[in-house]
Design a protein around this ligand. Structure first.
Ligand SMILES: [Mn+2]
Length: 325
């Protein structure tokens, strides 16, 4: 089945002279890494085809892996469109993917929507970049992987695996990453570029470290109002990323950040180890993964309720799991 799908995709790539790669809105490292990585493989392998990776280059910190292309609508006529790293069609950037003649989805998220003509989804891989590398390995004899592809693909693997830290990282994934490192990528340079933070974020992080609270059974949390965000000159997206600052507190198995939004609602990011919290997120207009979820509450009172539910969950968990803290 998997081998079959790969073969079908390869045949479509051979068949079309114009190939246009799309991705999701608000792209991260894996998203841009897989679009640019795939583009560079295809360009190096098929110099006579027209290959584009469509985007507006709005993610500055990732410009070092390569830039996206701005193309004319007319190119879509008779084009093959490949959409990477995108689970649902409402998240595809941009609408013009519909103008293509044939569409292929390549992804690693839980498949909730088959929006393309061929849908190739590998939830066994932790990053779409790994899916692309695996595809390359399968057709190695017919494809070329240049250094300009190795860099974006490696970056995508690093970012989507939390620097090779998540469970989805298998021996196979490490071998694929190793294949990319063999291009003599400068790993220190890459990490330095990816994990730079502004001094404003550092200051706010200091505030989070000083002011976070912990409930009696170990839920650590912090609330960041609009005023605080303004005071520290940090926007609400950046503020929400600070949830990770609370990730390794002994005896605190659940941690969360509450960030007041411009519309006054409160965005919640929930994280945990050893215990699932997606059920809590589901009760508060959210959802996600077992140990990384998001939710929204609309008042301080609702926020307290959410914290109380998490605390109670930990109380019960700790009764039966005495040695995992
Ligand atoms: Mn991804």
């Amino acid at each position: 089945m998997i081998e079959d799908l790969k073969k079908q995709i390869f045949e479509k790539i051979l068949e079309y002279d114009t190939i246009i790669i799309h991705r999701h809105i608000r792209p991260d490292g894996d998203c841009l890494g897989s679009t640019i990585g795939l583009r560079e493989i295809l360009r190096a392998s098929f110099p006579n085809k027209k290959i584009y990776s469509v985007g507006n280059n709005d993610t500055e910190y990732l410009h070092f892996i390569g830039l996206e292309d701005q193309i004319d609508d007319s190119l879509y006529k008779d084009a093959l469109v490949i959409i990477v790293d995108t689970a649902t069609d409402n998240r595809i950037f941009d609408e013009r993917y519909k103008l293509g003649k044939f569409t292929i989805k390549i992804d690693h998220h839980i498949p909730i929507q088959d929006y393309a003509n061929i849908n190739y989804v590998r939830t066994d891989f932790p990053a779409t970049c790994a899916v692309i590398c695996d595809f390359y390995k399968t057709f190695e004899e017919h494809l070329t992987l240049p250094k300009s592809a190795a860099l974006p693909l490696f970056v995508g693997m690093v970012t989507d695996t939390g620097r090779f830290k998540y469970r989805g990282v298998s021996g196979n994934v490490m071998r694929l990453a190793g294949m990319l490192l063999d291009y003599e990528l400068d790993i220190e340079d890459i990490y330095a570029r990816l994990y730079m933070k502004t001094k404003e974020i550092y200051k706010l992080q200091g505030y989070v470290y000083n002011k976070f609270k912990t409930t009696s059974h170990g839920v650590s949390y912090i609330y960041l109002s609009r005023n605080k965000q303004k005071k520290f000159k940090v926007d609400h997206h950046e503020a929400a990323n600070l949830v990770n600052s609370l990730d390794s507190i002994k005896d605190s198995l659940i941690w969360m950040i509450f960030v007041e939004q411009p519309d006054k609602s409160i965005r919640v990011r929930l994280r945990s180890r050893f215990i699932a919290i997606d059920d809590i997120a589901n009760q508060f207009n959210g959802g996600g993964h077992a140990q990384a979820s998001g939710a929204t509450v609309y008042s301080k009172r609702e926020m307290k309720k959410l914290i109380a539910i998490a605390d109670e969950k930990l109380r019960i968990f700790k009764l039966t799991n005495k040695d995992v803290f």
